[in-house]
Design a protein around this ligand. Structure first.
Ligand SMILES: Cc1cc2nc3c(=O)[nH]c(=O)nc-3n(C[C@H](O)[C@H](O)[C@H](O)COP(=O)(O)O)c2cc1C
Length: 188
């Protein structure tokens, strides 16, 4: 896939086929994530590849926190039910990737590291798109961070930066509209 096409074809996918993704492909997209720039070239990222029962438990953490923000069962709109189903199962994706970084007290260093890991995460998402895989960058599950940490055994000296399910898409969502580039740019 041509590079610019990858940029525009990447979509947040919330429904996946159950098919497993070959390990070589996961290794490949993680290798491409390593090419991201990083402050001081610290490459301060670590990735957990979460599969099987751990992935189910991770998704359940999102499901529980998403449910708290919704009306009780029986009073939800079909759209709310769909969102809850997505949250509870990560859309049926066979695996998820969680990006971590070491905790730093200095706010400038923390910012630098969060930016570096976000760059790598973006590379990962684009590499996955090039491989025909779907992803969805998620911070929603972090509203239930203590449970996520417990389920994945993440120590206190690591900060969770981002989470994405990964799998073969079982939907082709339209691209949500983008704001006009001119409203976002100021030449000075
Ligand atoms: C930092 C960040 C956090 C996000 N968190 C969530 C989330 O918790 N749940 C979700 O369903 N989508 C989440 N998204 C996906 C956005 O909703 C999506 O990127 C946006 O609507 C644009 O759609 P597109 O990715 O298909 O272009 C997140 C995206 C980013 C970059």
């Amino acid at each position: 896939m041509e590079l610019y096409e990858v940029f525009s074809r990447r979509r947040s996918i919330r429904k996946y086929k159950p098919d497993t993704v070959p390990r070589e492909i996961i290794d490949k997209i993680l290798e491409y994530a390593m090419w991201a720039p990083s402050g001081r070239n610290w490459q301060p990222w670590e990735f957990l590849v979460v599969t099987g029962a751990k992935k189910e438990a991770l998704a359940a953490c999102y499901g529980r926190i998403a449910e708290l923000a919704m009306p009780p069962a029986g009073q939800r709109t079909p759209e709310q039910e769909r969102y809850l189903q997505w949250a509870r199962t990560f859309g049926g994706a066979p695996l998820a990737i969680v990006a971590l970084t070491p905790v730093y007290g200095d706010p400038a260093i923390r910012k630098m590291n969060l930016e570096s890991v976000s760059a790598a995460f973006c590379y990962l998402l684009l590499a996955a798109t090039a491989e025909g895989l779907g992803t969805c960058w998620m911070t929603g599950p972090l509203r239930n961070e203590s449970e996520v940490r417990q389920v994945l055994g993440i120590p206190e000296d690591r900060e969770i930066v981002a989470i994405t399910p990964i799998g073969y898409p079982d939907e082709e969502p339209a691209a949500p509209p983008r704001k006009g580039v001119q409203e976002k740019i100021k030449w000075i």
